[in-house]
Design a protein around this ligand. Sequence first.
Ligand SMILES: Cc1cc2nc3c(=O)[nH]c(=O)nc-3n(C[C@H](O)[C@H](O)[C@H](O)COP(=O)(O)OP(=O)(O)OC[C@H]3O[C@@H](n4cnc5c(N)ncnc54)[C@H](O)[C@@H]3O)c2cc1C
Ligand code: FES
Length: 339
Amino acid sequence: MNPVVLTTTDGARLEFDCSPGQSVLEAAAESGATLPAYCRQGTCGSCHASVTDGPYELGTHSEQALPPDERERGEVLLCRTFPCGPLAAALPYERSRILDGGIPVREAVVTALEPVARDTVRLELRLDGDLDCQFDPGQFMELQLPGSGAKRAYSLANTGNWEGRLEFFVRLREGGLFSAYLAERARPGDRLTVHGPQGAFGLHETGLRPRWFVAGGTGLAPLLAMVRRMAEWQEPQPARLFLGVNEPQDVFGVAELDAVAAELPGFRYDVCVWKPAPAWSGPTGLPADLFGAALPELAGATPDVYVCGPPPLVDSVLRAALLGGVPPEQVHRERFLAT
Ligand SMILES: Cc1cc2nc3c(=O)[nH]c(=O)nc-3n(C[C@H](O)[C@H](O)[C@H](O)COP(=O)(O)OP(=O)(O)OC[C@H]3O[C@@H](n4cnc5c(N)ncnc54)[C@H](O)[C@@H]3O)c2cc1C
Ligand code: FES
């Protein structure tokens, strides 16, 4: 047995033993602590942590979930981390993200489903029964396909509430299982099983440091939840959001972002389009470039950065942030990976 100590950002310690051949994630679950994780097979990156001491082996995993440079810095995926002796690791989230017991499973009803852009829909669900719907902005739910065991992760775009409301923005993917359900069969009134809230992505309290958000496509969902929370709580940090989409027909979320801007002083946002049409008058190019070009405006200060979307976008924002002098621990990221 190898002793493992995990420390959360708010200083809580979890101590348990890990059997040979057992991953840290499995051993934590055996001790009663469900850590944030999704695929449990090294492909999604959501069980990300940093080893601070001790030997370990990393099992097979995708380089998109854990790029080689992150691996070299001692970062790991806990579902693929096998201790070879006493091990200590830092978890990039607070104790409240660890569930004592399993992931909550509840029933919900589709209350709205509407297209908001080419290939993108807004899906709204209402929990059935108990309407206590508390979660942290940045978290996701796994939605179970009706009549099937298949589940997919979708980030919550709204904030915690007592009306049982869950809001999602979903990009419909050609040939995708859940995408086909939403595009062809889903109707208001459908019942779905929802698993969660889950996940480690979320706002970090670091005083008055500016918060900058970068989204690729539906990667906007968890970032929208974060800025909506900032507006609800009238948080004082200057906040700026960059949303990148491929073409003008892919733009969505503008009404929601305008509503935040109306309520949250110090919030502004830009939408940039990769392949603009002649009628597009806004910024063009990649959100990582726009973000990198704007960093000097802070005159040497560095923001906390929250980035979400497809892996290449997340990686390019991380590179731009490091190049602009932002320390890696100030860049919080969620990659929308297929599992
Ligand atoms: C933590 C987390 C949160 C997520 N939140 C959201 C969200 O808020 N909104 C959203 O639209 N998506 C989100 N995703 C992605 C989502 O879970 C599904 O992967 C996606 O909706 C496709 O599901 P599907 O059943 O339609 O396709 P599948 O049947 O799973 O796959 C069909 C085809 O599409 C490809 N594919 C599937 N997903 C992706 C992807 N993400 N990128 C590139 N190719 C892909 C597959 O390789 C396959 O070829 C999230 C993923 C994670 C890990
Ligand atoms: S849960 Fe570990 S990489 Fe997905």
